[in-house]
Write a protein that binds this ligand. Sequence first.
Ligand code: CA
Length: 215
Amino acid sequence: MAKILIVEDEKAINDLLKLNLEMVGHQCVPALTGKEAIRAAGEQGFDLMLLDVMLPDMEGFAVMEKVRDVPTIFLTARGATTDKVRGFGLGADDYIVKPFEVAELLARVQAVLRRTHRAEKEYTIGDITIRWDAHEVFQNGERVELTPQEFALLHILIENRNVCLSRQKLLSEAWGTDFLGESRTVDVHIQKLRRKLKLEDHIKTIYKNGYRFEE
Ligand code: CA
């Protein structure tokens, strides 16, 4: 779980970002203006800031100059290449082009959190504890051996908790994009994961779509 400052003046987009990030377990603070963002960042610490370039009271770049030491992903309008270049020049970690897809948003957020070492180190659900860095899984204090694919599957499912992931997406994430497997492979590994960790109630099959990890 990360604490994320969302700086976006379009309320509908701000709400959408907040909704999706909270769905996967992050805590969000919305700001609709640059001033609000600078005030929030002065009062509390954040792991990440999503920052719109075009704000009513100032440019996102000016906000970034005031808010130091918070990893930043710029939100920019389609095709605004100069925005991106300027953002990276200021030390932005990534950018998202609006309109964005939820899956892309979550992937970019996770990538930056991982890169800046602000991703969660440990995850606990029921009697299961997972240590991401060490690739270790414990149930009732006992180590459970997972294959690298099972671990990768579990990771991507939990990182995108409450979001349905297609078999194709799971294949490309857990096996790498070059793997020419069949979606059946995913089903087999999901079955094994469920059995090994007794996660039948948490890893849901979504008819015709894929799988979803529910807390
Ligand atoms: Ca805007």
